[in-house]
Ligand binder design. Structure first.
Ligand SMILES: Cc1cc2nc3c(=O)[nH]c(=O)nc-3n(C[C@H](O)[C@H](O)[C@H](O)COP(=O)(O)OP(=O)(O)OC[C@H]3O[C@@H](n4cnc5c(N)ncnc54)[C@H](O)[C@@H]3O)c2cc1C
Length: 396
């Protein structure tokens, strides 16, 4: 074996860095993070970049700068987990042994799941804020459109902050209204769910903006295929398949657990979607007590988001350190998640909910489920600072 560490963390994204930083603060000595990328992204800012309200430089830092002090960074990608040997295998063939393994490699973007989608977002009329390189292009397309048809799509299934597919639609409409061209642009928004979000209060607030902007909302609808040359997409709706022509397409791809993870023994079964099997409250693997997971790749029940994993980080860190100290893990994650909906380029509201989509407001007195200016300031300006200076340091 090439290396061995007490804790090996797979993935140095939001989850991996914040967990490792917290464990270091709590005096866990021997931690390694396996992470292939040189850059670390704060992905929630991608929505603002696509709307011309932030620059990419604000959303990216060198990975070396966010790596917590005292944590070993193993540059590479995990390709397999040999749980029977307590070893992960890296893309170069190296093997790293562990006492405890934390698996958090996020979600993979399945561009090929929809025929024509990859080509469409690479074409001059398509983009996606879900790709760091494309987010600035979204803004070029938004500010370049003065008339025609714009289509915004949200995929079915698990997604990184699913509501982020909608945020860009509202911010683009606000910009077009400001420019006095909104009445010349037909806007379609495609969602897979029977209502725009799935919670009555949240639906009400979003529908109010949808009516205000004159957006045509397609519910229970998915994208069947895209033809980038003809600039058309086929929508699979309950009323049957319909073709829509577009001048601007913002598409969010279907997402799933990484393929290499699906092929390991960590998911519960082949049909489970490939997420790491965990007790959804304790975040520990039920079959392999030295395996843990959090963030987008964990098989928890919550809607996946950075806000959800912020809560999971504390739970997992407490439970893992309890086990290291010979105690039973008894701290529980309550399924909390949050989606900050930017409703314009100046206002937002926070949908906070549990894994049954029941409201879970952090501060009921603040009534955060209503459109407000201060919530936009939080999302655009305050959260990025909290992320870089507190969350990634294991302090929030
Ligand atoms: C456009 C957009 C907007 C969003 N808006 C919000 C928002 O407003 N609020 C919110 O709370 N959340 C939001 N999110 C979601 C949030 O960014 C994710 O939920 C969060 O980043 C998940 O963290 P993670 O660590 O699980 O995955 P990631 O942060 O994606 O990190 C995964 C890491 O694992 C690494 N990795 C991948 N494969 C391997 C491998 N084989 N071996 C080793 N390492 C590997 C990757 O390189 C990456 O660094 C948004 C996401 C996007 C894309």
């Amino acid at each position: 074996m090439d290396k061995h560490h007490q804790i090996v963390v797979v993935g140095g994204g939001n989850a991996g860095i914040s967990l490792a930083a917290r464990l270091r603060r709590w005096k866990v000595e021997d931690i390694a993070i396996v992470e292939p990328r040189d850059q670390h992204y704060f992905q929630p800012l991608f929505s603002h970049i696509g709307a011309g309200a932030a620059r990419m430089a604000e959303a990216v830092r060198p990975q070396a700068k966010v790596m917590p002090q005292g944590v070993h960074w193993i540059r590479g990608a995990v390709t397999d987990v040999r749980q029977e040997e307590s070893v992960v295998v890296l893309d170069g063939g190296d093997r790293v042994g562990y006492e405890h393994l934390v698996v958090c490699p996020g979600l993979q973007l399945d561009w090929d799941a929809i025929p024509g989608l990859a080509e469409a977002v690479a074409s001059p009329h398509g983009s996606s804020n879900y790709d760091a390189e494309l987010a600035p292009k979204t803004w070029d397309l938004v500010r370049g459109l003065r008339a025609g048809t714009a289509v915004f799509t949200q995929p079915p299934g698990p997604a990184k902050c699913a509501g982020a597919a909608q945020k860009i639609a509202y911010m683009a409409c606000d910009y077009w209204r400001e420019q006095g061209v909104l009445q010349d642009i037909k806007v379609h928004m495609v969602v897979p769910t029977p209502t725009v979000f799935g919670m009555p209060d949240v639906d009400k607030e979003l529908e109010r903006k949808i009516n205000e902007y004159g957006i045509t909302l397609w519910t229970s609808t998915t994208v069947a295929s895209v033809n980038p040359e003809a600039q058309t997409l086929v929508l699979h709706a309950s009323s049957g398949d319909q073709e829509v022509r577009y001048d601007l397409l913002h598409a969010v791809p279907p997402q799933s657990a990484p393929d290499w993870l699906k092929a390991t023994s960590l998911p519960p079964s082949e049909s489970s979607g490939g997420f790491v099997e965990v007790d959804p409250e304790i975040l520990r693997h039920p079959r392999f007590p030295n395996v843990w997971s959090l963030g987008d790749a964990a098989g928890t029940r919550n809607s996946k988001s950075g806000g959800a994993l912020r809560k999971q980080t504390k739970v997992l860190a407490k439970n893992l350190t309890a086990v290291l100290a010979g105690r039973a893990p008894d701290t529980r994650y309550n399924g909390y998640s949050v989606c900050p909906f930017t409703l314009s380029r100046h206002t937002a509201f926070f949908a906070e909910f549990d894994d049954q989509y029941r409201p879970k407001p952090s501060y009921p007195v603040l009534k955060m489920a209503k459109e407000r200016r201060w919530q936009w300031v939080m999302d655009r300006w305050i959260f990025p600072q909290i992320y870089w200076h507190l969350i990634l340091k294991g302090r929030a």
